[in-house]
Design a binder for this molecule. Structure first.
Ligand code: NAP
Length: 302
């Protein structure tokens, strides 16, 4: 079940001929790293569904045709990962409000031959924050690093839709965060005037804003490689902070280690990965996902 298939396998009938037949997948480029098959196949088995979930290597130029091939290949849907989430939004027939606002689709459903797009990254984060910290985004003052990336935008939109108490958008390329703050400002019209703002990724600005922050979220790709430089100086972290690192490449990312050393509560992105997957399952099958089984499968694979 760890095999990597190609986009051309969708049209050839090879995937439908597997036992059990492939009916779900993740499209990515690269896709080898994806942990989604591990917990989705556990969920399918536990639910008695005669189908398997496979990894398909889809290059950018292949994406529209690969999506269009899903109905004839007998697929129920697919997940979409790097770098295709924006391309999938452009290629589906319809997308829900949150996916459109996020500019990205990570879950596609095949329904009556049509492709419907959803995004479970933000709702997955919402559930992960509840699980890790027993806290709701709407009650928190959030500082989001990496607001200019795909995941960062989805998380910022989720925070805005939850009307979190305060949202500080930080990005290495500062203009991207400034544009996003202007776009999301209508969600923050009530209350104090500085409920949403963008700052450059510089220590002096971070220090100032962290004094008014409950939750730091890292949505940058920093921390994926062990040799990555720290995302922010450890001296800026304090015990009153909650720190959520969407990176899940390591059990203890540098940010999680530094946060815990400062006495803060911290978690890596595995719970977000789990919950975004469980939400995809719920969209495909219109029933609760077997979360404990999915969690155990994910834990045994990491
Ligand atoms: P992306 O679109 O390529 O965005 C990368 C972001 O990281 C951009 O904001 C970029 O800033 C920033 N960045 C890159 N290098 C940086 C550096 N050296 N210093 C400061 N900022 C830097 O990637 P993505 O798809 O959003 O993914 C971002 C992260 O989210 C990845 O680590 C991924 O693992 C994680 N993620 C986790 C889950 C989960 O379920 N846990 C789901 C989705 C994504 P610029 O705009 O300046 O380039």
């Amino acid at each position: 079940m760890n095999e990597i298939y190609q986009a051309s396998d969708l049209a050839s009938g090879k995937l439908a001929a597997l036992t059990p037949p492939a009916r779900l997948s993740v499209f990515g480029d690269p896709v080898a790293h994806s942990k989604s098959p591990v917990f989705h196949n556990a969920a399918l088995r536990a639910s008695g569904i005669d189908a398997q979930y496979v990894k398909i290597h889809v290059r950018p130029q292949e994406l529209p045709a690969a999506l269009r091939a899903l109905p004839a290949a007998g697929f129920l849907g697919t997940n979409i990962t790097i770098p295709h989430k924006a391309g999938a939004l452009a290629a589906v027939d319809e997308a829900d409000d949150y996916a459109r606002k996020s500019g990205a689709v990570n879950t596609v459903v095949v329904k009556a031959g049509q492709l419907l797009g959803f995004n479970t990254d933000g709702p997955g984060l919402l559930r992960a924050i509840r699980e890790e910290f027993s806290a709701d985004l709407r009650d928190l003052r959030v500082l989001l690093l990496g607001a200019g990336g795909g995941a960062g935008r989805a998380i910022a939109v989720q925070c805005a839709m939850e009307k979190c108490r305060r949202l500080v958008l930080v990005n290495r390329t500062a203009e991207k965060a400034a544009h996003l703050a202007a776009e999301l400002a209508p969600f923050f019209q009530r209350g104090p005037t500085d409920r949403i703002l963008a700052i450059p990724h510089e220590d002096q600005f971070l220090r100032e804003q962290l004094a008014h922050t409950d939750l730091i979220i890292n949505a940058t790709s920093v921390g994926m490689k062990p040799a990555d430089a720290p995302l922010l100086p450890a001296s800026l972290l304090t015990s009153s902070l909650l720190v959520f690192d969407t990176v899940y490449a390591h059990d203890k990312t540098r940010l999680v280690t530094d946060a815990e050393a400062a006495g803060a509560r911290a978690a890596n992105g595995l719970s977000m990965l789990l919950h975004q997957g469980a939400l995809s399952f719920e969209i495909w099958f219109d029933r609760p996902a077997p979360l404990d089984i999915m969690r155990a499968a994910l834990q045994s694979a990491t």
